[in-house]
Design a protein around this ligand. Sequence first.
Ligand SMILES: Cc1ncc(COP(=O)(O)O)c(C=O)c1O
Length: 389
Amino acid sequence: MFNCQNALSEKARSLKPSGIRKFFDMLTGREGVISLTVGQPDFATPWHIRDAGIDSIADGHTFYTSNRGTPELRREISDYMSRRFGLSYCPEEEVLVTVGASEAIDLAIRALIDEDDEVIIPVPSFVCYSPLVEMCKGRVILCETTPEDGFKLTPEKLKAVISEKTKLIILPYPSNPTGAILERDELSALCEVISSTNAVVLSDEIYAELTYGKAHTSIATLPGMKERTIVINGFSKAYAMTGWRLGFSCAPEELTEAMFKIHQYAIMCAPTVSQYAATEALRNGDSDIEMMKEEYDRRRKFLTRALSDIGLPCRTPEGAFYVFMKLSDYGLSSEEFCERLLEEYNVAIVPGTAFGDCGEGYARLSYAYSLDHLKEAVKRIEKFVRSLS
Ligand SMILES: Cc1ncc(COP(=O)(O)O)c(C=O)c1O
């Protein structure tokens, strides 16, 4: 009989399932669960953006677009990068429209990494970087960040792992899951270390719009960095457009060209309807971002205070929409804590270990949920931790 397992590539076989997935699977079929697991806005996409998508279909824009993305959208992206972050990119040669930031990350890694090339990844961090590097047979060099450093990559830690074999450094700030951000002086200190090497920087700036009190700084704005940085961003988080699957990269022409070659064969072009919607988002969506950000900020303040009040103090996140909560006082592993919280009190949160082994002792709570939802979650978490002490 035909054996499908034997047919699989070594790469596919050795790929581990995502630690977040396991927790979502446990939710299926459960009644009355309060979930703080999902990393996506609870807002529907603003109506004027949805309308632009609907109109594009009504107007018959149902064909492939240019492989790189429509010229209008690339122009808007270029204007946006200049307006919001002070970065100048040529829409024809340095901007690529992708299927979410996810595709852009995959393209960047595939365009740069050969067997044994080293890629530095600060952890805890978003789940896709390591598997994608492993698929290219690159070597993942994890760089553990700690609460003492505010979960920020420091120049000392970077110096300890960087070498002439370092091909790529992933800079995932603002951070999922810790909410840490890097400010200009912190980026500047990292640049001093990076500038003496040949490493490229992949700056995953998907949460750039969601910082609280401090504006986001892109590493590409620092002297000498733009020519070696791939900035990745997208529409999922800031514009509440996760389901539209639209992102983009901005990078020097040679790097964009290599990513484009792969994109062209694998994807052809990002969804046409989403590109029309995204063009409207960039033209008229600044106030939507502000409105949603103010709401996240209210929830962020509520959640950090409420958790602290019940004896679960956590660092106040400065970006994204997650709280990385410390659990280590309860004598349970992160997975045990989260599994029991789900089993006994019907609250779902993600164990810190889903974001790297160094996430042991922590759990991630998303505050992309309504205040009422968060209040109910905190009530149940309080009952659970009381039952443990
Ligand atoms: C840090 C980070 N980068 C990238 C992505 C992927 O975003 P997109 O929906 O644009 O593919 C996510 C999604 O959760 C994320 O948290």
